[in-house]
Design a protein around this ligand. Sequence first.
Ligand SMILES: Cc1cc2nc3c(=O)[nH]c(=O)nc-3n(C[C@H](O)[C@H](O)[C@H](O)COP(=O)(O)O)c2cc1C
Length: 190
Amino acid sequence: MLKIVSICGSLRKDSFNKMLLEAIKQESKEVGDMEITIVEIDKLPLFNEDLEIGGDPVEVIDFKEKLREADGILIVTPEYNSGIPGGLKNALDWASRPIQSSIFANLPVAVAGATPGSIGTALSQMQLRQILVAMNANVMSGPKVLVGGVHQKVDSETKQIIDQRTISHLRSFANQLKDFVMMYKKEKNK
Ligand SMILES: Cc1cc2nc3c(=O)[nH]c(=O)nc-3n(C[C@H](O)[C@H](O)[C@H](O)COP(=O)(O)O)c2cc1C
């Protein structure tokens, strides 16, 4: 069973990106042999090198431990002002430290995002990919999950994505995610 740890860049309760993450989780169950768990980032303090000197704060230790258990990471993010939300960048900065034991180094990572807007978080994902490359992560190139007009693709009562084209695309994404993470796991076990 592959362990995928996921991070959602949105902290809000009724987040469309959380709905997207749940839909990917659902499709990953259909694909099989993988389990997606969610690690929260809302309790992490703002990154400050002075804080590191005394050792990582307990919230950071817990966050890093959960990430270390992962065979692969999935990041689902909104787009804020054409980039990623500050909370997500903060979480990635913590995970990248100390530089010689950066958790993301050589780890397979996939990204996805949703917005009511028309370009489906293309700009924030572009920025996120750049940041992940700087962290030496192995970023899955596709299929890209850029869900635009997401408010029209969910059921407002159940808070679930109901658009069938999106769901079928998410199945392909989950399939590729499994193959991608498996490839790195096999390489690691050689
Ligand atoms: C500070 C801020 C900036 C935003 N900038 C963008 C943007 O650049 N592009 C976009 O498509 N949507 C933008 N939005 C709208 C978000 O896509 C929308 O609020 C979305 O629902 C947030 O994701 P969530 O539902 O997962 O919380 C912005 C929203 C906020 C709060």
